[in-house]
Design a protein around this ligand. Structure first.
Ligand code: NDP
Ligand code: CA
Length: 312
């Protein structure tokens, strides 16, 4: 009953780099997959047909988007159906880790399938998971918030020669949503960066729905961090700017429909030891359609981000 999934393509990028141009290539995907409970609950996507939100339909497009690009590493947020992803993707060689939010809003929705949280899935054919940690993000005061992060250390398989072991770290997070919480997002970002200190000697990737536009303090914090982090989609244009949107939706709100089109999802990477090869481009507004996302041609209100990195 669904329409064909939105077409997208990888665009090669030539990022200035002093690194040598050889080494294995790794594909990473970042995606807020839209919690099933929220899609039919609070989100109120008034212009989206019910059929598109029906889990039996939507799950097929979610899987199709992932398998179309076959990332080595998949970082997901708003996962309230982890068993579906795990059980489907195990057939394609993936294993995963899931960590729920302490007090997920999904639990307030009737017929929910459990709390939502962050997940990392990885290709066991290519990677060895050497370490994983799941944490609750804290405010500066040390108080726990309702947001989490999953942090994984990987080693590339077939790397047995004595001289080269490719190790790297991948973190996924979903920062606090909504207007007025800029300071909380900033403190959550600060906590995560501090936690990641112990991985400062290896290449680092941080994927997430930051719920923060590039003008927010938490973006600046990441951009100026001592890790030398770059947001990979800034390689897509000459000016080094972020794309115009990673999420585009229309919600029914008191007083009328509200359109929301902004960039809040990112894949951050360290410059050292990494060459960016290509980035999965975003569809145009015309291709997305006037009712925006989610839709019969795309299963989430957030577009997936994906890129190919060369590990030098
Ligand atoms: P957040 O503020 O981080 O938001 C949770 C989710 O809501 C996110 O996934 C976000 O999506 C989505 N969201 C953001 N803006 C809107 C919007 N305008 N309309 C609908 N959904 C939106 O949540 P917290 O983690 O702080 O959790 C919420 C708290 O509220 C919890 O303590 C929960 O128990 C409580 N709660 C209570 C309810 C009740 O009935 N008493 C009902 C719901 C929640 P995205 O990141 O994509 O923007
Ligand atoms: Ca959401």
């Amino acid at each position: 009953e669904l329409h064909p999934l939105l077409e997208r393509s990888f665009v090669p990028v030539q990022a200035a780099s002093s690194n040598p141009n050889n080494g294995p290539v790794l594909r990473i995907m970042q995606w807020n997959v839209l919690a099933q409970a929220l899609s039919t609950g609070d989100d109120n996507f008034v212009l989206c047909p019910g059929k598109a939100l029906d889990w039996e339909n939507r799950k097929l497009h979610l899987l199709e988007e992932i398998l179309r690009y076959r990332p080595h590493i998949l970082c997901l947020e708003e996962v309230d159906n982890f068993s579906f992803f795990q059980e489907s993707l195990i057939n394609f060689g993936y294993m995963g880790i899931f960590y729920p939010k302490p007090d997920s809003p999904c639990m307030w929705v009737e017929n929910n399938t459990g709390p939502d949280g962050c997940a990392v899935l990885y290709s066991t054919k290519h990677l060895i998971l050497s370490e994983s940690n799941s944490i609750v993000l804290q405010e500066e005061s040390g108080l726990d918030t309702n947001q989490v992060s999953v942090i994984c250390k990987f080693q590339l398989k077939g790397d047995n020669s004595k001289k080269s072991v490719h190790e790297f770290c991948v973190a996924v997070t979903h920062l606090k949503a909504k207007k007025g919480f800029d300071e909380m997002r900033f403190q959550q970002g600060k906590h995560l960066l501090k936690y990641l200190d112990k991985y400062s000697t290896i290449p680092l990737f941080i994927c997430g729905d930051f719920n923060a536009e590039p003008t927010e303090a938490v973006y600046d914090l990441f951009q100026k961090s001592k890790f030398g982090l770059v947001s990979v989609y800034t390689h897509l244009n000459k000016e080094g700017k972020e794309p115009p949107y990673t999420t585009w939706k229309i919600r029914g709100e008191f007083g009328g429909n509200k359109e929301n089109c902004k960039t809040i999802d990112y894949i951050w990477h360290t410059k050292n030891g990494i060459n960016v090869k290509s980035v999965l481009a975003f569809p145009s507004g015309e291709a997305i359609g006037e009712n925006r996302l989610p839709s019969m041609t795309y299963p989430s209100d957030h577009l997936s981000l994906a890129c190919d990195f060369q590990l030098v």
